[in-house]
Design a protein around this ligand. Structure first.
Ligand code: DC
Length: 229
């Protein structure tokens, strides 16, 4: 049997990490874990419980409620990827809104939240054969991952992609607020004290500002195949 490796994909917001991760998981028959969805689901929970808003962050109360948060991924055969469930309710759509994007970096900076989610992520990858994307996968969650990618692209390109995604979904957003959100999240994610977004020393940097998905996928598959030799 072919050996199974762990592929860690980190990088800035809206660099297409999850698109590549899903394609890789399909091709190699690996498990895909979108860790951003987990931070988004905790943020959604905090919003519903009035523990976070643009002006409020009730950190202690959220920490006390962390045991009430059950996160599970359930594979959707039609969509071809696993959807995020919060306490047995599908929140896949709710967690992708701009409102959640605007608050998630604040929640993700809380160490107790990170500790809970990192422990769950490490359990999911215990047997290898995993593609995981996020901000700290190659540095904290799986520092021994066989392949680490670090995705970057210009803020303008990233905001354009994200804007298109949200508009296609029917959300009423402006390009300016998306650009601001992308830059603001990168700033908070990169400067937080606990597990900031940084490139692991042994990661391969991948700037996809001017690269289509097919070219990226081809190049990354070549990197994976080399690791599987
Ligand atoms: O991948 P995403 O854009 O859906 O992630 C949402 C936010 O969650 C991101 O701005 C920072 C946080 N995050 C994190 O801190 N660590 C991770 N491993 C994944 C996401």
């Amino acid at each position: 049997m072919k050996r199974k490796i762990t592929i860690a994909i980190d990088g800035f917001s809206s660099t297409g990490k999850s698109t590549i991760a899903k394609l890789l998981a399909k091709k190699y028959n690996y498990i895909y874990v979108d860790t951003g969805a987990m931070y988004r689901a905790v943020t959604y929970f905090a919003m519903k419980n009035k523990l976070v808003s643009k002006t409020v962050l009730k950190e202690e109360s959220l920490i006390l409620k962390l045991n009430d948060i059950k996160l599970t991924f359930k594979f959707n055969k039609i969509l071809g990827f696993a959807e995020m469930f919060l306490n047995n309710i599908n929140v896949e759509k709710e967690i992708r809104t701009l409102a959640v994007s605007q608050l998630v970096s604040k929640v993700a900076a809380i160490s107790e939240v990170r500790r809970k989610l990192v422990a769950e992520q490490q359990l999911m990858g215990i047997n290898g054969g995993l593609v995981m994307d996020g901000r700290d996968i190659g540095t904290v969650v799986f520092p021994d991952a066989e392949l680490k990618l670090f995705m970057t692209a210009s803020a303008d390109k990233r905001a354009t992609r994200r804007y298109k995604e949200l508009i296609d979904r029917g959300d009423m957003v402006s390009f300016e607020e998306i650009l601001f959100n992308v830059q603001e999240r990168d700033r908070i994610d990169s400067t937080r004290e606990d597990s900031p977004l940084i490139m692991a020393k042994d990661a391969i940097e991948f700037d996809n500002s001017d690269m289509g998905i097919d070219e990226q996928f081809e190049r990354i598959c070549a990197l994976v195949d080399r690791k599987l030799l």
